[in-house]
Design a protein around this ligand. Structure first.
Ligand code: NAP
Length: 254
């Protein structure tokens, strides 16, 4: 049986990587999709693929830093499909990396604006809609970096993503009584453009791979399956969690 039949879902950061894989899996599990990111062409391609596979999806391009965009994604879900049940706030950026004493104020603010404020603005409008129909599931993409592991040069990224864990707990406590579950997923390294941009030498890839007990990085599709769990009723009693999907990176010292 399809695990998301009759559910309506928003996925941000759907033009690539984890978001794209999750949108496709949600659609295959019966959800009707609203997909977002800045690159319109990639979104149109994704919608065409989902429709070719017999699914249902619409796209709206925009920047998650804009509250108008957050509102417009929810409005599109309601206009097109009549409701909203699931929101995967996954759009994110590494931001300005490098020695922290050299990080610009703009670089810092951009990471916070996209990774943290953008996720909050999304959830604000998504939850307001979900409570009208008895609840829903909100998922944020955080990371193992800044939670169970850290390395030099990623202060803005780590801080913005760790902020999502506090946001997850606060929203879960506030809206649990109205049936809204809120969880954060904390991936280890996942083979996407973000990972490849950061690790573009064999040495760096080998270093990152070795951090994981499984001695490999994840595929976007593997992450999507864990997001599906948090989105579906299989996780009906799961809320407020920081859910590591990190191939054992948090317990590996070898
Ligand atoms: N890959 C990893 O190892 C890893 C590990 C832990 C956590 N994560 C997190 O996983 C999430 C997805 O990343 P990914 O690995 O799949 O990388 P990716 O392939 O680079 O995807 C990033 C997505 O975010 C979107 N995005 C970025 N800035 C945006 C903005 N201002 N407004 C709207 N959309 C924006 C991008 O779309 P456009 O460029 O079209 O806007 C793209 O769809 C991110 O939050 C990332 O921090 C990744």
């Amino acid at each position: 049986m399809e695990r998301l039949s009759n559910k309506v879902a928003i996925v941000t950061g759907a033009s690539a990587g984890i978001g794209r894989a999750t949108a496709k899996l949600f659609a295959a599990e019966g959800a009707k999709l609203v997909v977002g990111a800045r690159r319109e062409g990639e979104l149109d391609e994704l919608v065409a693929e989902i429709k070719a596979d017999g699914g249902d999806a619409v796209a709206l391009a925009g920047d998650v830093r804009s509250e108008d965009y957050a509102q417009a994604l929810v409005a599109l879900a309601v206009e097109t499909y009549g409701r909203l049940d699931i929101a995967f706030n996954n759009a994110g950026t590494l931001g300005e990396a490098g020695p922290s004493t050299g990080v610009s104020e703009k670089g810092w603010n951009d990471a916070i604006a996209i990774n943290l404020t953008g996720s909050f603005l999304g959830a604000k409008h998504q939850i307001a809609e979900m409570v009208k129909h008895g609840g829903g599931s909100v998922i944020f993409t955080s990371t193992f970096v800044g939670y169970s592991f850290a390395f030099p040069g990623v202060a803005a990224y780590a801080a913005s993503k760790a902020g999502l864990i506090g946001l997850t707990q606060a929203l879960a406590a506030e809206f649990g009584p109205q049936g809204v579950r809120v969880n954060a997923i904390l991936p280890g390294a996942v083979d996407t453009a973000m990972y490849r941009d950061m690790n573009n030498t064999p040495e760096s890839q080998s270093f990152i791979t070795n951090l994981h007990a499984l001695k490999r990085v994840a595929t976007p599709e593997e992450l999507a399956r864990s997001v599906l769990y948090l989105a579906s009723d299989d996780s009906a009693f799961v809320t407020g969690t920081a859910s590591l999907v990190d191939g054992g990176a948090s317990i590996t010292r070898t």
